[in-house]
Design a binder for this molecule. Structure first.
Ligand SMILES: [Zn+2]
Ligand SMILES: [Zn+2]
Length: 344
């Protein structure tokens, strides 16, 4: 089968690889659609932290935002799964340790992460092996484009839940990338007054959100940092209202320092978010009902042959890991497409 393989920094190509065979408790999914994100771009450039601490190494097969159809079953998997449209959790815990049994399998020390950690192959391929415990069934209302937006949506939904919004609360989101924009959509759907902060917010503004390049002089009940700027986590605790909530989901390339005296003196609730795991089911519900529609975030859908261009930015005329702030942030891949196509 065809798969996009990264063999080293800035070296990636579509190769013919052995198709996966489902192991016990696994299915093989025919991938309908997969998204690429900042993590994937960092794997391509070599900046991703996991490459430097041994949690990942080249050659790598990326892709953790996906949906598809169950095409083959491993031993012990019910036949009912065959033909179902699914997406799934990126995080694959061991299912037996204290964290896994306590409902925190996404933090399992021995976890694999699809397309990210310990060599587990990703979804930028025609077929993807997935353990059945990680699967979520997609209703008909969630087509391929929405299905590949469930994983980033799950991250954003968990961030919004951690912000504990009440109707009418004012929320500041730092960073108008995919996660920031999805969080804005979920929060707006819950009745919050949403403000976005970023260096360039032309696209976010086109979606109708209040956008700023400087923090406006308003009381914010909650702040979500979805940026990669090392100075913004400190700004979040400084600018949130006393008694408010601060959520950290963005990661900077260097340590981002926060004065914990501010957290104590302002009686803040501060939460970190890793992964979409607990947010997948809620995201599927919200997309299926139409409460949130992430389709405007998708700039283009292309074939596997255009993945390198998507990751380096040549498809969008920017550099690796960056994007044109006037354009939608997300590029989708249709592994069955041989050449570039434009429909989403
Ligand atoms: Zn991602
Ligand atoms: Zn475990």
């Amino acid at each position: 089968m065809r798969a996009f393989v990264i063999t080293g920094p800035f070296q990636g190509e579509v190769l013919d690889v052995e198709p996966p065979v489902p192991g016990p408790g696994e299915v093989v999914v025919r991938v309908e659609r997969a998204g690429v994100c900042g993590t994937d771009a960092e794997f391509f450039t070599g900046e991703m932290a996991y490459l430097h601490d041994g949690q990942a190494r080249y050659p790598l097969r990326i892709g953790h935002e996906w949906c598809g159809v169950v095409a083959a079953l491993g031993a012990g998997v019910s036949r009912e799964w065959l033909g179902r449209r699914v997406t799934g959790d990126t995080m694959l815990g061991c299912q037996t340790c204290h964290r896994c049994l306590g409902g925190r399998q996404h933090l399992c020390a021995d976890r694999f992460e699809i397309g990210i950690r310990h060599g587990r192959p990703g979804a930028l391929a025609e077929y993807l092996p997935v353990p059945v415990f990680a699967l979520h069934v997609l209703p008909d209302a969630v087509g391929p484009a929405l299905g590949a937006m469930i994983e980033p949506g799950g991250n954003a939904l968990r961030a919004v839940r951690a912000a504990r919004l009440r109707a009418g609360d004012r929320l500041l989101i730092l960073g108008p990338g995919t996660i920031g924009l999805l969080a804005a959509m979920f929060a707006a759907a819950e009745g919050a007054e949403v403000h976005l902060l970023g260096l360039s917010t032309a696209f976010a503004r086109s979606l109708g959100f209040a956008c700023h390049t400087e923090v406006p002089d308003l009381p914010f009940d909650a702040v979500i940092d979805a940026s990669n700027a090392a100075r913004l986590p400190a700004l979040a605790v400084e600018r949130v209202e006393p008694g408010g909530r601060v959520v950290y989901i963005g990661l900077a390339g260097e340590p981002s320092l926060v004065d914990t005296r501010v957290i104590a003196l302002k009686d803040l609730r501060v939460t970190g978010v890793l992964s979409a795991s607990g947010g997948l089911a809620g995201t599927i519900e919200r997309y299926a009902s139409g409460a949130v529609d992430p389709t405007p975030l998708i700039a283009a859908t292309v074939g596997l042959d255009d993945v390198a261009g998507a990751l380096t930015g040549t498809l969008t005329g920017t550099s690796a890991g960056e994007r044109d702030p006037g354009q939608p942030p997300k590029i989708h891949i249709d592994p069955s497409a041989q050449t570039e196509c434009s429909s989403t």
